[in-house]
Write a protein that binds this ligand. Structure first.
Ligand code: ADP
Ligand code: TYD
Length: 216
């Protein structure tokens, strides 16, 4: 028990999903949160979607344009990758949560709701992901909200290859779809929205402060 923050890490692990458009700062904030949790003695595992499984590798080939297929097939690949992420025997996160490990994931099903519903009906995407939401709902979804212009600026500084979803108009649409999905599922899902247009540490401090409520 962390008495300063009243956090009890001895129970079932918490599951924290980071969401946001590309370049919003998810992986940066996950690294900062992991360090903070380690310092507080919380057993923590970090992961991401798409995964590095064979299904995830196929997705990466689609995202970089090396393999072409229908949008519905792409959405279904993410569904399969997510179920494997949850349930595979080697490092399935559902099992880790049962063992008391806190899991931080860079993207989960809200990414599907936001990215795929730009081209497909959101209802269909939500339904296609129903099994994942029944198996494991995030303790909290942390949405790092950033302007698409700033996200693209940050991406441009650090990457030479642009993936499928990184054009501005796409990111604008994806951000809107995130907000639509949060509104639609507000009675079922816990969502923490943080302003990502700030300095790394400022964002990290706000996440930690607000998260302590969910980690109790
Ligand atoms: P994501 O995982 O959401 O794609 P990253 O954490 O990789 O985003 O951040 C994208 C880029 O922006 C990285 O180069 C990172 O160092 C930088 N970055 C992240 N957060 C901030 C911030 N608050 N201010 C300035 N640059 C940032
Ligand atoms: P990646 O470069 O791995 O991640 P990030 O942009 O977060 O650093 O790219 C993952 C891409 O996959 C990203 O553009 C979002 C997209 N995506 C979907 O379209 N559907 C999904 O269900 C998930 C998890 C991701």
């Amino acid at each position: 028990m962390d008495t300063a923050n009243n956090i009890d890490s001895t129970k079932r692990g918490k599951f924290i999903a980071f969401e946001g458009i590309d370049g919003s700062g998810k992986s940066t904030q996950i690294a900062l949160l992991r360090e903070k949790m380690k310092a507080k003695g919380i057993d923590c595992y970090t992961t991401m979607e798409p995964t590095d499984s064979p299904i995830g590798s196929l997705i990466h080939q689609v995202m970089t344009g090396r393999v072409k297929t229908d949008n519905r097939a792409i959405a279904a690949l993410f569904v399969a990758d997510r179920l494997d992420h949850l349930l595979n025997d080697v490092n399935g996160i559902a099992h880790k949560i049962d063992e008391g490990v806190t899991v931080l994931t860079d993207r989960y099903y809200f990414s599907s709701y936001a990215y795929h519903s730009v081209d497909l009906p959101m209802d269909w995407v939500i339904l296609a992901n129903e099994q994942s939401s029944l198996i494991l709902k995030p303790t909290v979804n942390i949405f790092i909200d950033i302007s698409p212009d700033l996200a693209l600026e940050r991406i441009a500084k650090n990457r030479c290859q642009r993936e499928l979803f990184e054009e501005k108009s796409r990111l604008v649409q994806v951000r809107e779809k995130y907000l639509e999905a949060f509104e639609r599922l507000k009675d079922e899902e816990r969502v923490l929205v943080v302003d990502g247009n700030r300095k790394e540490q400022e964002i990290a401090d706000e996440i930690w402060e607000k998260l302590t409520v969910f980690l109790k």
